[in-house]
Design a protein. Structure first.
Lengths: 315, 303
């Protein structure tokens, strides 16, 4: 490895004086390409098309049929789509998913930014504290949710009873109106480190001189945060919001580990509904749901990209 | 977006932070900086939100079912019960699940490194050709397709092909990550001067040799980043193994934990011992290689 690159470097100055460079130029300008490059890309592209693009197209196709996942099927046009708009269960899963994703995005970003600011400040034992804060990133979301499941349904009620906090004396996972907050909490626990890393990268990109100047002007630390830090890391914030929101829309594992979609169907996300099409015998119906879900996420992505372009944020 | 910003934090994180520190502190008379003890205390308290659930998991795993009783589960067990681990080891068939997870993870990491770097190299060096630019756009467009959209037909397709096993999961982990990984690599490849490989070509090296002997070693920092993401992604993945792997005996560690949600519902000490054994591998690797892992992930974040 080293010998080749050394050789390469050694021959570099010599090459510039020898006519071989001219011949190489000529070859290059003739627009001939080494077929090896195609061999590097084409097999991967073919597999990608087969395993990612093809299923998407097949899904769109079957969304126009009454296929149950097995047996015969026939075309039924757009009736799956029509029925979805009249289905209160589907509508509810969309409402839950969007409320959940919005709330989680806000909370994750507030928490992550706070942690990043703390880790970037003059604290003792920085490395140790940083290590601890990033632990959730390496753990399986499902296993983490199982642990929290016990905390919510056993530990918290016992504690609440002991301290006389009656509203929490029953498991919040069994409460139709509160269960989603437990899911938000565990998702924040899991997702905050990833966002924190992006914010840390942002905070470290801010030159120290900026703060020196602000110090001289007598700006307090809160003022510095609002007028300096926040605008300077705005690009990182936007990236976090976009990546986060998109990810939280597809939440699955944490819901499985905490509520399984219950109580009733109160915490059933769109992704869970779609997956249920595999066992529930409404394959084509859920494929239509998946296509609608895709169009909605696509619309959101386009809006987000527009916003980025208008703000002129480059990352 | 340029390659220079990408590679910067890798080598300049440390000096940059030191500069930040000295710059932002009110000088405390001596050199160095004044520690903000209030903030340190606050951060320590906040870190309990992470540590407490972990402590709880350990404490629960070491209790006997009687010790759990109707308590909060937060007390440290006395005496400590180590036999839960042996029982969980048997109940989940741990060695098989571990090997299955390790198989999926190792090959997903190797596949991601090989495929993404090759594709990125070919695309970055032929950017002036429409075919390669088109390939790039095609791969990126997949980032807009949410996974739930393709999962149902995909499972049917893999089952038809006999890929309803850990090997099939490897395929999809590699292909599912290829958009993002290629994006990371391309920026990095562009920062490698073309002259370096042109001179090697003059010495008779083929494109494969150039890639293997010059480009791939130079990609080392990005290999670390992509490798870490691929490792965490496939070790902890639940969705794909759960949906794809038909034989329950070949299931991966996260999926195996589902076992405790049903029939063994009451034996929580066993469940928590098993959870802990599922968490331990990544946790230990992370704590041992903490600095390296975080700098790798940071490099991905800046992108």
């Amino acid at each position: 490895m080293t010998t080749t690159s050394e050789m390469a470097q050694a021959s570099q100055p010599a090459a510039s004086t020898v006519p071989s460079k001219a011949t190489k130029r000529a070859v290059r300008s003739k627009n001939k390409i080494d077929p090896t490059y195609y061999w590097m890309v084409v097999p991967v592209l073919a597999l990608f098309a087969f395993f990612i693009t093809l299923p998407a197209l097949v899904g769109v196709f079957f969304s126009l049929t009454n296929y149950a996942g097995y047996g015969d099927w026939k075309f039924i046009g757009l009736s799956n789509y029509v029925n979805i708009f009249r289905d209160p269960a589907i509508l509810q899963s969309y409402i839950f998913t969007f409320v959940f994703a919005l709330t989680t995005t806000v909370v994750v970003n507030v928490v992550a930014l706070a942690i990043a600011l703390g880790l970037n400040a003059k604290i003792k034992w920085r490395t140790g504290i940083r290590t601890v804060f990033f632990i959730p990133m390496v753990l399986s979301a499902l296993v983490v949710s199982f642990v929290f499941n016990y905390l919510f349904s056993n530990t918290l009620p016992v504690l609440a009873e002991r301290f006389g906090v009656t509203p929490l004396a029953t498991s919040i996972l069994a409460n139709e109106n509160l269960a989603w907050l437990a899911i938000v909490l565990v998702t924040v626990w899991q997702a905050a480190p990833g966002a924190t890393i992006i914010y840390l990268a942002g905070l470290q990109s801010v030159p120290a001189e900026v703060y020196e100047a602000a110090d001289l002007d007598g700006a307090g630390s809160f003022r510095q945060f609002l007028s300096l830090t926040l605008p300077l890391i705005l690009g990182y914030l936007i990236i976090n919001v976009i990546l986060g929101f998109k990810g939280f829309l597809g939440t699955y594992e944490i819901i499985v580990g905490l509520t399984g979609g219950g109580p009733g169907m109160a915490t059933q996300s769109v992704a869970m509904r779609i997956f249920s099409g595999f066992t529930g015998g409404d394959y084509s119906y859920q494929m239509a749901n998946a296509v609608i879900y895709f169009l909605i996420t696509l619309l959101i992505s386009v809006i987000q990209l527009r916003l980025i372009q208008r703000r002129g944020v480059s990352l | 977006m340029t390659a220079s910003t990408l590679s910067k934090p890798a080598n300049s994180t440390a000096p940059l932070r030191r500069k930040n520190l000295s710059g932002r502190t009110r000088k405390s008379g001596r050199e160095g900086y004044k520690v903000n003890w209030w903030l340190t205390a606050l951060m320590l308290v906040a870190s309990l939100t992470v540590l407490l659930p972990l402590y709880f998991t350990v404490a629960m795993a070491l209790k006997s079912p009687e010790q759990i009783g109707t308590g909060t589960g937060l007390a440290w067990p006395n005496p400590v019960n180590w036999e839960n681990f042996a029982a969980a080891y048997v109940a989940t068939n741990f060695p098989v699940a571990f090997m299955s997870t390790a198989f999926v993870t190792v090959f997903s990491v190797l596949g991601s490194l090989a495929c993404s770097s090759l594709v990125a190299y070919a695309i970055a060096r032929n950017w002036n050709r429409r075919f390669f630019r088109g390939s790039f756009v095609y791969l990126l467009s997949a980032m807009f397709i949410p996974f739930p959209v393709i999962i149902l037909p995909l499972i049917k397709q893999t089952a038809l092909l006999g890929l309803d096993n850990p090997g099939g999961v490897v395929f999809l982990h590699v292909l599912g990550g290829i958009s993002f990984n290629t994006l990371l690599y391309i920026a990095f490849v562009r920062s490698i001067p073309v002259e370096l490989e042109e001179s090697a070509r003059l010495d008779g090296a083929t494109t494969w040799q150039v890639f293997r002997k010059i480009i791939f070693p130079l990609l080392a920092p990005m290999n670390a980043t992509v490798g870490i993401f691929a490792f965490l992604g496939s070790w902890n993945d639940f969705l794909l193994p759960q949906m794809m792997i038909a034989d329950p005996a070949l299931q991966t560690l996260p999926v195996v934990q589902m076992l405790f949600q049903g029939e063994f519902n009451t034996n929580y000490s066993l469940a928590f011992a098993s959870y802990l054994m599922a968490m331990a591998p990544t946790l230990v690797v992370y704590i041992l290689a903490q600095r390296w892992v975080l700098s790798g992930v940071m490099r991905g974040a800046v992108k």
